[in-house]
Ligand binder design. Structure first.
Ligand code: ARG
Length: 417
């Protein structure tokens, strides 16, 4: 019998997938559950997979690979989709795809499967990534295929002895890993409605956060955070600690109407305290250690990388090439950044680096100024020359874009009197 390797979360959808793949594809199902952080009870998920009919149920702790090969590169790049989303789910999918491919090869499987719907981005990320890594494998997305309503799905589950979670149905669609939590659908589908407090789990409301700020010092080595307040940490601990600390101060809430790959706009809520703090700190360090042109060009690259990652093109050659550029820029991005956390805000309040390009003797307005003021005159003349020539030659009198006359203060005073 042919084998399919299913990405298994333990939820209702992927549990139904196990039986559905057996019935409709007549395949042997091997499940793969991957810990990217914030997985509740892995042994229970493994047991459930077996009980539901999986021939084999693998569980993998991929947190370190996730951090070293996906999260840190995204942080170094400064990749934020649409200026709002730190890409937690989008970064996790290509890794899950890679691990599915590994198991499929070990098991001699013909196909891999995932529980994504036909409306979201995740199907794009899974399908494209698997095809990039293993063009010979078939990708099956049962939920996209079966067209069951929620009621029909629950009926199917009951028929096949799959436990359906009792009580109130989750009003939200959730996904989380250690880099962030995403919440969508239910009451959030009305973009005018403020997200109910129960949508949030990692963060307190800023208005309920402590009235005393917290300060945290983050040390970076070539763009990678390595220590908090002078103490070296593993990636997992560092991210977890910043999630806890940021969350307690209401930092990292995002409310965003997002452009999906499939052309839909959707309202998305995110919680990403560690991501928010680390992106701000990293950017502040770059501001101090990258030259102006390097820093400006890197923003263009970051924007492009964010679109590639969001759109499931992590394994594209373009992403790899752009990431090589990013890595090269990080040689000088070492140092310490001080961040203040207060009522929903993470604010950089200090930075230092052995590679700093900031020179106090050039910046100062006090004594000891080393800047050549006389050189500025000639520089400014040349800098503005083309604008000046054009003004003379082409912009005559009436063509000058005139702004409205500004009101004079004395005139107004006279009126009042
Ligand atoms: N909108 C985000 C993305 O496309 C999160 C999707 C996660 N899935 C979910 N069911 N909440 O990456």
């Amino acid at each position: 019998m042919a084998t399919v390797v299913l990405a298994y979360s333990g939820g209702l959808d992927t549990s139904v997938c196990i039986r559905w793949l057996q019935e409709h594809y007549n395949m042997d199902v091997v499940t793969l559950t991957i810990d990217l952080g914030h997985e509740p009870d892995l042994p229970a998920i493994q047991r459930k997979a077996k009980q539901t009919g999986a021939r084999e149920a693998y569980v993998v702790d991929a947190r370190d690979i996730f951090i070293d090969h996906f999260i840190w590169p995204a942080l170094k790049a400064g990749a934020v989709y649409e200026n709002a989303y730190y890409l937690a789910t989008a970064l996790g999918r290509p890794l899950i795809a890679k691990l599915l491919v590994d198991v499929a090869r070990e098991e001699g499987a013909e196909a891999v499967a995932h529980g994504s719907t036909g409306k979201g981005n995740d199907q794009v990320r899974f399908d494209v990534s698997v095809h990039a890594l293993a063009p010979e494998l078939q990708v099956i997305a049962p939920v996209r295929e079966w067209g069951l309503t929620r009621d029909q799905e629950e009926a199917y589950a009951k028929e096949h002895g799959i436990p359906v979670p009792e009580g109130s149905r989750q009003p939200y669609s959730l996904d989380q890993n250690l880099w962030g939590r995403s919440i969508e659908s239910g009451p959030l589908e009305d973009p005018w409605m403020e997200p109910p407090e129960d949508a949030y789990e990692w963060t307190v409301a800023p208005e309920n956060a402590p009235d005393t700020p917290a300060y945290v010092e983050i040390a970076f080595e070539e763009g990678i955070p390595i220590a908090i307040n002078g103490q070296e940490k593993s990636g997992v601990d560092l991210i977890q600690e910043l999630n806890d600390l940021g969350g307690a101060h209401g930092v990292g809430r995002v409310d965003h109407v997002e452009n999906r790959v499939v052309g839909i706009k959707s309202r998305e809520i995110y919680e990403c305290p560690a991501g928010t703090i680390l992106f701000k700190a990293h950017e502040a360090l770059e501001q101090m250690t990258l030259a102006r042109d390097q820093s400006h060009f890197k923003r263009v690259v970051a924007e492009e990388i964010s679109r590639l990652v969001y759109g499931g093109l992590w394994f594209s050659t373009l992403n790899r090439d752009l990431m090589a550029f990013v890595d090269s820029t990080q040689r000088s991005v070492s140092g310490i950044v001080r961040v203040k956390l207060y009522r929903g805000q993470a604010t950089v309040v200090g930075r230092q680096s052995p590679h700093s390009l900031y020179r106090e003797d050039l910046a100062t307005y006090l004594s000891g100024d080393a800047f050549d003021h006389r050189a500025a005159e000639g520089f400014v003349k040349i800098w503005g020359l083309s604008t000046q020539v054009q003004a003379r030659q082409q912009i005559h009198g009436n063509d000058t874009p005139l702004l409205p006359q500004a009101k004079r203060l004395e005139a107004k005073e006279a009126e009042d009197a």
